[in-house]
Design a protein around this ligand. Sequence first.
Ligand code: FES
Ligand code: FES
Length: 172
Amino acid sequence: MSEALHEIALTVNGVVRRTAVPARRLLSDCLRQNLGLTGTHVGCEHGVCGCCTVLMDGEPVRSCLTFAVTAAGHEITTVEGLAGPDGSLSPVQRAFSECHALQCGFCTPGFLCTVTALLRETPAPTDEQVVEGISGNLCRCTGYQNIVKAVHRAAELIADEDGTPAPAGGEA
Ligand code: FES
Ligand code: FES
């Protein structure tokens, strides 16, 4: 017997998207398979690696641990939604590129979402706060040093854009 489908509507990267999912479809699978947003990566599917991190109402969530039906009515931001409307990279994306904070890139969408939320909450994090903030995201390639540098660089870029003084955080 085929599984019953539930009609859901969720706002993804600013656009209302409607789709039908089985009750147990994961948000990660819904984004990738129903909505074609394959920028959200799936690694462990057990809530460990953080690759699948997206923002739900601005807060990072593991989309592999979230049912699509529970995301109904919420605002989801995926890596595809981080760039500006004209396609210009966000400060966090630019900083990751500038600081060589990725190698294979598999973990990167999750890091970008996590760091975007981290810097909204803590615009000038210390090294310690950065390490704590990204502790739920695993990277098997970079050794994290350039990722930490990129977070500080992103904080500077955001401060420049906002016209606020450069963050006093950085080296703790
Ligand atoms: S795929 Fe979701 S935490 Fe690893
Ligand atoms: S860049 Fe390869 S896993 Fe992070």
